[in-house]
Write a protein that binds this ligand. Structure first.
Ligand SMILES: [Cu+2]
Length: 186
């Protein structure tokens, strides 16, 4: 996607959020005034706070999972394919032109919800498949890249994706690149 188009989309999202203050609140039929439906994507992980924060630093994992959490060694053992409890749900979504997608981070870690031309590596080389594979263009350079910085989801936060053109759009977490989904716009 062209940078200009991305900036345009980010600008639109900001205008809608700041300008109307209502977009994120759908009515009981799932409608948002004048902007179609709001469809939700849940961003999930199951990190175990004790082992993740010890290995990767305080605040890495803010989950309250208790004993069902995935311990850091088990997370590492699932690489390079990646642990299946780190995911976007649903994996595919069909929406209509004008609908808004809201991605909500209900996991314990920071994620990104980044549109990519093709799925591929993220900006944390050991988490790629194969390990150390190059990051895709949209994920390269991590938070220094506007397409990453503008799609970052800290714990408990959400992101609105508006104005998606017709066609199939791919979204990936630039930190955990096996977290992927497709949105088809009719
Ligand atoms: Cu992630």
């Amino acid at each position: 996607m062209a940078l200009r188009e991305q900036l345009h989309r980010i600008g639109l999202a900001l205008v809608l959020v700041v300008g109307t203050g209502t977009l994120g609140v759908a009515d009981d039929k799932g409608r948002a005034d004048e902007h179609g439906r709001v469809q939700q994507v849940v961003v999930l992980d199951n990190c175990d706070p004790a082992t993740f924060n010890e290995a990767a630093g305080p605040g890495t994992c803010l989950n309250v999972t208790g004993p069902q959490g995935v311990a850091f060694p088990a997370f590492l053992a699932a690489l390079p394919a990646g642990h299946p409890q780190w995911l976007f749900y649903p994996a595919t979504l069909r929406i209509k032109r004008g609908d808004t997608v809201r991605a909500v981070n209900q996991g314990g870690e920071i994620h990104t919800f980044t549109e990519v031309e093709e799925f591929g590596g993220g900006f944390v080389p050991p988490l790629n498949d194969p390990p150390n594979a190059p990051a895709v263009l949209e994920c390269a350079d991590g938070h220094a890249n506007i397409s990453v910085a503008s799609t970052r989801l800290i714990q408990g936060s959400s992101l609105l994706v508006t104005d998606l053109p017709k066609g199939v759009h791919r979204f990936e977490c630039c930190i955990h690149p096996w977290m992927r989904m497709e949105i088809e716009v009719k």
